[in-house]
Design a protein around this ligand. Structure first.
Ligand SMILES: [Zn+2]
Length: 510
């Protein structure tokens, strides 16, 4: 029921005009003939049951209301079912059943070739394609989720999806299962309202996104045609606190490094600190050598490949809202790090790479005191990268920096590397998404050249410099990766409606 009456309907003329575009119209009736129940159901999810006041409309309204309820119930039940699968990286069985679930759901939506690709025991990449036309839209999604711990902070168990006050709570309901599923359901909704798909839509649904997609390139290489297309729908998507759709056109890359240093064969009495080397201090000094007080990374060559933002991207940044006060309040600070002004912080969040110590450990940190010289220390750093930095190259530069700076004994392994990707803003897909998002959410969208997070868009899009964009429904308090992750069902139906519309709009968008 969420969404009914709350969501402004797409005006009928929009739906029917779209139905008449190209070949969509002729097939619309076929689809009705084949499966009338499905048609009615999906039709009303997309179309919304608008105000229907006339007396002769009353019966029609009651029927539509019933079928609308049926569609809402079926789609909601599917979302609960998918979110109940605990597919964290450590649970291979759950990953397998989620992959199977996605494959079957694609088949049910008419993706007759839906299948699972496998390599080296990695979770399956589920792929499938439907529709016909000049253009191909690639939906790059994932079914794996972040660990749900700490469980005691959840109001209801993470894998027992619960609906409260128009919101659904479950691990993964925002990132990325809700988004993944509504993009499939939108295919059915599209067929019901606008007719057959006037484009090819190809799903690539991986099971290792939350672990840095280590096998995605290998899996895609099994069938090189999988990355051929005219645009990509990226995972996720959000609206801001004012209800404006945020369309992200890129993401930062990442290099994640595990450090280790060992200075002695055993810990020693701190009386020997005059002549015994301390591993914790050694690692702290190595880390300190990486960045200066203004946040500039000191690794030689680190910035060499950083692409200058275009004029259009700088303009996008200008128009992008950035609530500096709220950004400070949420973590209780008065000033941003590195002496950055509000404007500098906003710019850096989009265009600057980072060097961030995630953790450091060594020696004695228990209760009371222990006078000891630790023999070993370890730590972790993530570098968020911007186009066109290359994680492998940055790892090589990091090694050279440590050696040159006298830290040859500080070892590290680069465990996770993903390229950044920032696609073009001047592309038919971006214009089509902006139009359908505004139509469904009632507010002009905000274009974000790059979000701070990382998605595996480079492996899919870079060879053709393909446009990529989000069209989603997450809200500012959704809690992705955190306890009590949830979505507002009203936004779910809006995003579903926008996505169904997109499948037609993108076909003819210039
Ligand atoms: Zn995700």
């Amino acid at each position: 029921m969420a969404g009914h009456g709350l969501v402004p309907a797409i005006p009928h003329r929009v739906a029917h005009r779209a139905g008449g575009e190209g070949t969509a119209g002729e097939h619309a009736d076929e689809s009705v003939g084949r499966d009338p129940s499905r048609r009615d159901a999906s039709h009303d999810v997309v179309d919304g049951a608008g105000p229907c006041t006339g007396r002769r409309h009353r019966r029609h309204h009651a029927e539509r209301h019933a079928s609308h309820t049926a569609a809402v119930e079926r789609f909601t039940a599917e979302l609960r079912e998918l979110c109940a699968i605990p597919c964290e990286a450590s649970d291979k069985k759950a990953l397998d059943s989620a992959a199977r679930w996605c494959r079957e759901r694609l088949r049910a939506a008419g993706f007759t070739d839906a299948r699972e690709l496998r390599a080296d025991g990695a979770p399956a990449l589920v792929v499938g394609q439907a529709g016909a036309g000049q253009r191909t839209l690639i939906a790059v999604q994932h079914y794996d989720v972040q660990p749900a711990v700490p469980l005691e902070l959840w109001k209801t168990p993470p894998y027992e999806p619960a609906v409260r006050d128009g919101a659904m709570y479950a691990r993964g309901v925002d990132d990325n299962k809700g988004h993944l599923l509504l993009r499939i359901q939108a295919i059915e909704a599209h067929r019901a309202v606008y007719g057959e798909l006037p484009i090819r839509v190809r799903f690539l649904i991986e099971g290792e996104e939350e672990s840095g997609s280590p096998n995605l390139a290998k899996l895609l290489a099994l069938e090189p045609d999988l990355t051929g297309g005219e645009g990509a729908l990226k995972e996720g998507g959000a609206i801001d606190s004012q209800g404006r759709p945020l369309l992200s056109l890129g993401g930062k890359g990442i290099l994640y490094c595990h450090f280790h240093v060992r200075t002695m064969s055993r810990d020693a009495h701190s009386g020997g600190a005059t002549h015994y080397p301390n591993a914790a201090m050694r690692l702290a000094q190595a880390f300190a050598s990486l960045m200066d007080a203004t946040g500039r990374v000191l690794i030689e060559g680190f910035y060499a490949d950083v692409r200058k933002p275009t004029a259009a991207e700088r303009e996008m940044l200008e128009r992008m809202p950035f609530d500096a006060q709220a950004t400070k309040d949420v973590v209780g600070i008065e000033r941003f790090a590195f002496g950055r002004t509000d404007d500098e912080a906003k710019r850096a969040s989009v265009f600057e790479p980072t060097c961030n110590v995630c953790g450091i450990e060594g020696g004695y940190n228990g209760p009371g005191s222990k006078t000891v010289i630790p023999r070993e220390a370890s730590g972790k750093i993530d570098f968020r990268l911007v186009p066109d930095q290359d994680p492998d190259k940055i790892a090589t530069l990091l090694r050279a920096h440590l050696d040159r700076s006298g830290f040859g004994d500080v070892e590290f392994s680069a465990e996770e590397g993903e390229h950044p990707y920032r696609g073009p803003a001047d592309a038919p897909l971006v214009r089509a998404v902006a139009a359908v998002a505004e139509e469904a959410f009632g507010k002009p969208p905000v274009l974000v050249p790059s979000s701070g997070g990382t998605s595996p868009m480079w492996v899919v899009c870079n060879a053709r410099r393909m446009a990529n964009v989000t069209l989603g429904m997450g809200h500012p308090g959704a809690g992705a990766h955190a306890p009590n992750e949830h979505i507002l069902m009203e936004n779910y139906w809006r995003a579903l409606r926008a996505t169904a519309r997109l499948y037609s709009a993108f076909a003819s968008q210039e």
